[in-house]
Design a protein around this ligand. Structure first.
Ligand code: C6P
Length: 414
């Protein structure tokens, strides 16, 4: 399959890098449109994992032998690669975690538990993912702080007038997602950072749906914390990252205690290792971290600007195609608005789970459910939505397959 638009990605050659895209179910080629949940993995990243296990598998920071030296260097340099990819100053500001959720919890426990108290406020948005929503709700319960939510407008944007009213002298933290995994909205995180900083509050940006799909510069945003997941950006599962401004990370307590995060331990006490190792207790995610750096280099070679354009174009095409049908409701900013590469929708009264099952018969993989944004779905007045989400290897032709397969769902449920 190819895309024909000028300046578009060379999708045909990109697809050759992803072995799983050759799969067929009963002779029907896989159409993978569940990329906001997890992206597929290119051969280059699979090879990086194999190479680690085949040639230099060893623990890091613990051995003086050759394998440990090689693994340590590769693991440390992986921090540099990922840090540079998101515009961080260096490895001191880039902690490897398990995923975005763990990055949220790291900040919630290591910063939130110590810094929040009664009267303090944490400002989230109504489109927040459970990873931040549930985490800050629980930390607020433990500390006596209050959680407030910036409203989402009818057309799927944040109500910035409401944000200006909510963020004030009691605000200690604003936690906002960069790109909504349900609406596709790209939020003005740099403006929200200015607003937070004007009131001496910190800002945590959930970049799980942004770093895979568009250029991100944490310094330009002036984010205090910024989190993302490897498995949504052509990397392996089990690895994510937390960016934090060095001065803030220096001042924070560790999240986990144990080996490698210390410099000196006595029977009475311990002192903490340098950043980022202070926040990476125990044997870290060595193979995954090295493979994440490989994924970052892979995406960098393609070009993040081009990836963002490709995904926006596929989202616009999907919105246009879905608009041909009276019985389809779409959610999020209208067509023509720049958005992340995903579209959530419902087909008449067909439950999204039923739709997804029928599409599976056509080898079309989408996500159906609440996408870990239950309060947002409550606000939208629906229990579930179907969601098609795109990546570098998807084509217009695959979206046509999705649309045609929905015709059959229509007939079945008529
Ligand atoms: N969203 C989706 O299908 P983890 O699971 O920790 O890698 O990522 C959590 C997360 C946090 N923030 C946003 C905006 C996200 O989209 C996600 C993951 C997946 O939409 C799984 S629910």
């Amino acid at each position: 399959m190819t895309v024909s638009e000028p300046g578009a990605l060379d999708v045909a050659s990109i697809r050759e890098d992803f072995p799983v895209l050759d799969r067929e179910f009963d002779g029907t080629p896989l159409v993978y449109l569940d990329n906001a949940a997890t992206t597929q993995t290119p051969q280059q990243v699979i090879d990086a994992i194999s190479e680690y296990y085949e040639t230099y598998n060893a623990n890091v920071h613990r051995g003086l032998h050759q394998l440990s030296q090689e693994a340590s260097i590769a693991y440390e340099e992986a921090h540099d690669t990922v840090a540079e990819f998101v515009g961080a100053a260096g490895r001191e500001e880039l902690i490897f975690t398990g995923n975005t959720t763990e990055s949220e919890n790291l900040v919630a426990y290591a910063w939130g538990l110590n810094e929040l108290g009664p009267g303090d406020e944490v400002v989230l948005t109504e489109m927040e993912h459970h990873a931040s929503l549930v985490t800050w709700q629980q930390i607020a319960k433990k500390t006596g702080a209050t959680v407030r939510y910036i409203r989402v407008t009818e057309d799927g944007h944040l109500d910035l007038d409401h944000a200006k009213k909510l963020i004030g002298s009691d605000t200690k933290l604003v936690s906002v997602l960069h790109v909504s995994n349900t609406l596709g909205t790209i939020n003005p995180v740099a403006d929200l950072a200015d607003l937070a900083h004007a009131h001496d509050a910190l800002i945590f940006v959930d970049g799980a749906q942004a770093v895979p799909n568009r250029p991100v510069d944490v310094e330009a945003i002036d984010a205090d914390f910024y989190a993302f997941s490897g498995h949504k950006m052509a990397g392996p599962t089990g690895i994510g990252a937390l960016y934090g401004k060095q001065a803030i990370l220096e001042a924070m307590e560790p999240f986990n205690y144990g080996g490698d995060m210390i410099t000196k331990v006595t029977f009475d006490d311990a002192t903490w290792n340098d950043l980022p190792w202070k926040f990476e207790a125990g044997t870290p995610k060595i193979a995954q971290g090295i493979a994440l750096a490989e994924a970052v280099e892979y995406l960098d070679d393609i070009g993040m600007e081009a990836i963002a354009r490709h995904e926006n174009e596929l989202a616009q095409y999907t919105l246009d195609r879905l608009a041909e049908f009276d019985d389809i409701e779409t959610f999020g900013p209208p067509a023509g608005t720049e958005r992340g590469g995903l579209v959530s929708f419902n087909l008449g009264t067909v439950h999204a789970h039923d739709l997804s099952s029928i599409l599976n018969d056509y080898a079309v993989a989408i996500r159906a459910g609440d996408h870990c944004t239950q309060p947002l779905h409550d606000k939208l007045g629906v229990a579930a939505t179907a969601r098609a989400s795109f990546y570098i290897y998807n084509t217009r032709e695959e979206i046509d397959v999705l649309i045609d397969a929905m015709d059959d769902a229509r007939e079945l449920f008529a």
